[in-house]
Design a protein around this ligand. Structure first.
Ligand SMILES: Nc1ncnc2c1ncn2[C@@H]1O[C@H](COP(=O)(O)OP(=O)(O)OP(=O)(O)O)[C@@H](O)[C@H]1O
Ligand SMILES: O=P(O)(O)OC[C@H]1O[C@H](OP(=O)(O)OP(=O)(O)O)[C@H](O)[C@@H]1O
Ligand SMILES: [Mg+2]
Length: 289
């Protein structure tokens, strides 16, 4: 008997990463064949429903599904009341206001009421500008917003930018930021607070474990006892290290292991080698619970 449903995007850039996170969290899809609306997972209590990323906040808020994976921009745009459980550390992007490079509009101060703004995010854009005292005319588009100022459809645009490549290619400059967004794990408020609290928390904990693990490595090495103190002092203080005896060895050797941040590994390995560490292993971690 299936207890909870998680909705994840059926297509687009966040679909595959969402499936991958579920898989690493032990919720791999049983029937991964594409274009199916539902799929069972390896946990009999949890199934997956595929949907458009923009529809997921509404489905979660209305209780059509109990949990979802989608972008903060889409959650805010649809004004859905959902519980945000954790940030999934991908799909980082910002919703910005941008004008043509050669226009005189360089900041909000250069904008008056009546300005025409093309966007895929009419609600966010309109309410942001209203907050700033600007009554904008919104032209809602469903893609290729960048072209709007050049075909006389709008004065400026509100669009997502990540690397900045698309804006640059289309000769647009950023004049203001409406919102920073990334992908979130969300839950229906009632399901989270009452009905399925334990199950939702279990799923959330597993997924958080995957996110934490992705940014960490397990370092293992052999160290002669003489060098142990200097090796220990190099290790990040938060995470150990664990020191254990190595038996079948003539000289006095210990094995040292510690969990370290990804960014630290390169530097640390060199320092450890110089301090006398041998047989250093850098091991990926699947989950940290
Ligand atoms: N260039 C980008 N970099 C990172 N995240 C992005 C980018 N563009 C969109 N996103 C995020 O991806 C999520 C899904 O967006 P969307 O539904 O538009 O999918 P998509 O991958 O853009 O596919 P499509 O637009 O073809 O439907 C949104 O939350 C959005 O913020
Ligand atoms: O700053 P960048 O790294 O260039 O990314 C920003 C672009 O990515 C998204 O478009 P997407 O690829 O989703 O196409 P779409 O406009 O059809 O949604 C977004 O709408 C921008 O156009
Ligand atoms: Mg898109």
């Amino acid at each position: 008997m299936m207890k909870i449903k998680i909705s994840i995007p059926s297509k687009g850039r966040i679909s595959d990463p969402a499936v991958a996170i579920l898989e690493k969290a032990g919720l791999g899809l049983k029937d991964a064949s594409n274009r199916k609306l539902f799929s069972d997972t390896h946990n009999p209590d949890i199934s997956v429903m595929f949907a458009r990323a923009a529809d997921i906040p509404g489905f979660v808020a209305d209780g059509v599904v109990d949990m979802g994976i989608t972008g903060l921009d889409l959650i805010k745009e649809s004004d859905s009341e959902v519980e945000i459980l954790t940030d999934l550390k991908f799909g980082q992007t910002s919703l910005v206001l941008a004008s043509p490079e050669d226009s005189d509009i360089n900041s909000l101060n250069d904008i008056d009421s009546g300005i025409i703004v093309a966007t895929e995010f009419p609600n966010l854009t309109e309410s942001y500008l209203k907050e700033k005292g600007i009554d904008a005319k919104i032209v809602e588009l469903t893609g290729s917003t960048e072209i709007a100022p050049f075909i006389g459809l709008a004065d400026i645009i509100a669009d997502l930018t990540s690397t900045g490549t698309t804006l640059k290619l289309n000769r647009l400059k950023i004049i203001d930021k409406v919102l920073d967004s990334s992908i979130k794990l969300i839950a229906n408020k009632n399901a989270y607070n009452n009905k399925y609290k334990n199950l939702i928390e279990t799923v959330s904990t597993s997924i958080k474990g995957v996110i934490d693990a992705e940014r960490k490595k397990l370092l293992m090495m052999n160290v002669s006892k003489d060098n142990l103190q200097s090796i220990k002092s190099l290790m990040p203080s938060m995470t150990g290290p664990t020191v254990s005896e190595v038996l079948s060895d003539q000289e006095e050797t210990v094995a040292v292991q510690a969990v370290v941040d990804d960014e630290e590994v390169f530097d640390l390995v060199n320092k450890l080698k110089n301090a006398g560490a041998r047989d250093i292993l850098v091991v990926p971690i699947e989950r940290i619970i």
